[in-house]
Design a protein around this ligand. Structure first.
Ligand SMILES: Cc1cc2nc3c(=O)[nH]c(=O)nc-3n(C[C@H](O)[C@H](O)[C@H](O)COP(=O)(O)O)c2cc1C
Length: 233
């Protein structure tokens, strides 16, 4: 089993510790974990050149950094993304990476592999906003086609892990325990939910009349998704 973890921050704070707790509960001798840190492993900002969407992802000026992470995601059964809450949003450096993945949204060229993966998102805030950030990261995963996404978010009442009250740490440990059990039980069994199928079909309709982006249209045709084939079959 392989797992990719994208840390939306470069430091080891509360968010990192929660993700690590889940990682440790999932990891066994047969688990290979690939971890990336933003901004250390992050590409530069999207320049808005549209090369990835209109020509192909390899034409992105940041392709080398982006595709290294994508290759690791495609190999992994579990993909985790974490981010502390900054001004009620995910960190800017994480947003920079996910902007580069717009080409593989269901509305463009989603990867077949994504439709059977398990996603995990983790966020913390001192007070408010962690739920919103978790939802926002889960939304990115949904549009890549990931069917099963677990959200973990906590208001930790602190600016660093050491100051998180023991009562909250206890709740975090319990949640980490439960989520890792759920993730383990789903590995190899994740299937698209109705919402995924619904939006895939809308995108399929759109691609049937797509004469404005041939890279996308040819991709859907090449995968036979405009016929009877589906990415999860
Ligand atoms: C720039 C910045 C913005 C922040 N914005 C919020 C916020 O909108 N809501 C909140 O409750 N906490 C906010 N915080 C606090 C952090 O989200 C919180 O302490 C979090 O647990 C830090 O996670 P970390 O230890 O993984 O870095 C902010 C912190 C920073 C540095």
């Amino acid at each position: 089993m392989e797992m990719t973890i994208i840390h939306g921050q470069g430091h080891h704070g509360s968010t990192y510790y929660i993700t690590s707790m889940i990682k440790e509960r999932l990891a066994g001798s047969d688990v290979q974990v690939h971890e990336y840190y933003m901004p250390q492993d992050a590409p530069a900002f999207c320049a808005g050149c549209f090369q990835c969407i209109q020509k192909g992802e390899k034409y992105c000026p940041q392709a080398e950094k982006v595709q290294k992470i994508v290759a690791s995601m495609l190999r992994s059964e579990v993909i985790a993304i974490d981010s502390p809450t900054y001004c009620l949003e995910m960190t800017g450096q994480l947003k920079t990476l996910v902007d580069h993945l717009g080409y593989m949204w269901m509305s463009h060229r989603p990867r077949k592999e994504m439709f059977t993966k398990i996603g995990l998102v983790v966020s913390t805030a001192a007070g408010a906003g962690a739920g919103k950030v978790a939802k926002s990261m889960a939304n990115q995963m949904f549009w890549w086609g990931i069917p099963e996404i677990y959200r973990v978010h906590f208001s930790v009442n602190a600016s660093c892990w050491e100051d998180v009250p023991e009562k909250i740490k206890k709740k975090i440990r319990q949640r980490a325990e439960k989520v890792s059990r759920n993730v383990k039980s789903k590995i190899g069994y994740a299937k698209p939910v109705l919402k995924t199928i619904f939006f895939f079909n809308i995108m399929r309709k759109m691609q049937q009349s797509n004469n404005w982006n041939l890279a996308d249209r040819n991709y859907w045709q090449g995968n036979k998704w405009l016929d009877r084939a589906r990415p999860w079959k």
